[in-house]
Design a protein around this ligand. Sequence first.
Ligand SMILES: *Cc1c(COP(=O)(O)O)cnc(C)c1O
Length: 425
Amino acid sequence: MSKNFSLGTIAVQGGYKPNPGEPRVLPIFQSTSYQQGDPDHVAKLFGLEAEGHLYTRISNPTIAAYEEKYAALQGGVAAVATSSGQAAIFYAIANIAKAGDHIISTSALYGGTFNLFNINLRKFGIEVTFVDPEASEEEILALAKENTKAIYGEIIGNPGLNILDLDKFSRVAKKIGVPLIVDNTVPSPYLCNPFEFGANVVVHSTTKYSDGHAVAVGGIIVDGGNFDWANGKFPEFTEPDSSYHGIKYIEAFGKAAYAVKARVTLLRDLGAAPSPFNAFLTNLGLETLHLRMERHSLNALKLAEFLGAHPKVAWVNYPYLEGNSQYERAQKYLKGGASGVLTFGIKGGLEEGKKLIKNLEIATLVVNLGDARTYILHPASTTHAQLSEEEQKASGVSPDLLRISVGIEDTEDLIRDFEQALNSL
Ligand SMILES: *Cc1c(COP(=O)(O)O)cnc(C)c1O
């Protein structure tokens, strides 16, 4: 697809290109395996000397078309879809760090990512140092070690809603000679292109805004193609891989070396591949990404303004609200909106919050975000319950915080729903 098309056009038409007589809509190739012809060609496929599908754990035509659209939407050179966001995050790290290595991550993380880094990566021998996202450049640099392999952060921290200072973190990553890996789940590719600001790898939980209808758990890794893996710190890209007859990833795959390596080693050996049906559903969801993100952002801003002015509301946090501590950064890094997540606290704390949740009609209690429907939840007792109080604080969760994932329903109906629920407290 032409590079000149805007995101709205890529969202609708990117990826799948039918020939005359073929289905107009991306078909679901619900097949684990593929008819092969020449045995010599199959040997080449196994040795990565030819391109083609062998087995759906590694690639599939439905998934490939969806990945191509996603890479174009996010502005990367290639994408690798996984069965969940958690798998995408784990693979993004495991593709470049092994036992004995170290990564630096901001502490403002999704609860599942914090656990993955704090508990399971350590079990795999990968040490993680957490840093306050507002730490100075010098403070972050001081955490770097000889074996540091990546810096990690979330563009919009969930649920603290801090905006990652991409300029600062990409400067530090460049100085250390490691990639900056960012989770762009909450803005989605439509509101933020982290590659423009120096990120090298972008991961998403596509379960959220990419799917947009809460029907398919999924993740994706997008390779920016803009990191020098031959800088001496990443020998697995320049040295021969014995599991593929001594192939050297940079030599063989150039700018897409990182994405190819993730697919042909991690999907092959660890196997968190998406199903073709889920790739189809997420691809369908992406067709309206641009429209949904505009409405999510508009509804969230209007609801945040309403809540901020209501006498029963103690505080409200939404990055696009004027006067918000993140406002400047949100204007700089997010284009046209700050997505659908907002948080607030009500006077009387959690007990009143529970009553409010029961009073709401449109907004329902669901532990998810990014759906077309509006959800509300209490993170301290749900999504972030596995964290200690200290850890909750570091990830931006206060005991009274309520999180709304604002859907795309009628703006006025939504505001009226919160108005009646607050007024009947
Ligand atoms: C949901 C979420 C994840 C985890 O993704 P799953 O698809 O649930 O595995 C990671 N990061 C963020 C920011 C999320 O919201």
